[in-house]
Ligand binder design. Structure first.
Ligand code: CIR
Length: 254
């Protein structure tokens, strides 16, 4: 049974980092409801969920994906790119420690889990505002010896993370927002499905087998995913999106 770690948004989400000041302030209660629907959807697909305690001192704490990269029973705990989010790591590492080997990033550099896209045995790593070359090297030092190919990918300047504009559906298929990346940026990926630019926010999906969580309100993306023979689970994400949250951000699978 797949397992995922999550943490519900705190009331302090109003102080979360946001690329743009949202026209309307984020409503934590609505964000909590959207998060709860996400957790219920994963649980309904047979994912065993561990929920970390909500912590008011961590406004971005629900975006747990950034704090750990887990593969082959190894959890890499990065130094994340935004200093205000570094206090989130300890509770994530502690929750994973009973289940996987935890390796902390100790050298220079930074990396956010939202920049790491796993496709088959390749980890594509966005070079972004949050992840630098040393961060990519630190990840390579841990996963390279385990047989992972680690490939750096430049992320467009106006984009938070690599996975803000793409995500994997299975070991050979990646959904990409048209105009954000070229196919050449993802060498070796067998099938790229292009989400229309106006639905770029929907390129971030979570696949659990052939069931795929897709942000609600993006009909073209839904049709693309259904065209693969997948079952789409639509989820309202507009509140979390105000503070740059997307579906993958809300969990760490381990
Ligand atoms: C941040 O700026 O760090 C948060 N407000 C959003 C993080 C989203 N995380 C992700 O896409 N993996």
């Amino acid at each position: 049974m797949p397992r995922a770690l999550t943490r519900a948004p705190a009331a302090s989400l109003v102080r979360a980092i946001a690329r743009e000041i949202p026209a309307i302030r984020v409503d934590p209660v609505r964000a909590q409801a959207q998060h709860q629907s996400y957790v219920e959807a994963l649980a309904g697909l047979g994912v065993e969920i561990t929920v970390l305690e909500t912590d008011e001192s961590l406004p971005d704490g629900c975006f747990i994906e950034d704090q750990a990269v887990v593969h082959d029973s190894v959890a890499f705990i990065p130094r994340v790119g935004h200093p205000a989010r570094r206090a989130e790591a300890d509770s994530v590492a502690a929750a994973l420690a009973p289940h996987v080997r935890v390796v902390h990033m100790t050298g220079p550099g930074t990396l956010d889990g939202g920049d790491v896209l796993a496709v088959g045995r390749t980890l594509f790593v966005g070079r972004s505002e949050r992840t630098d070359a040393a961060g990519v090297e630190a990840l390579r030092a841990v996963f390279g010896p385990l047989g992972w190919r680690v490939v750096g990918v430049p992320v467009p300047p106006d984009t938070l993370h690599l996975k803000s504009v793409c995500s994997a559906i299975d070991d050979r298929t990646v959904l990409v927002a048209r105009g954000a990346l070229s196919a050449a940026a993802l060498p070796g990926v067998e099938r790229i499905l292009w989400v229309p630019a106006e639905e770029a926010a929907a390129a971030n999906v979570v696949a659990v087998g052939r069931d795929v969580l897709v942000a609600a309100g993006f009909p073209a993306t839904r049709r693309i995913v259904e065209g693969l023979g997948c079952h789409v689970v639509p989820l309202e994400m507009d509140e979390l999106r105000k503070v740059d949250g997307a579906l993958t951000c809300l969990s760490v699978f381990f």
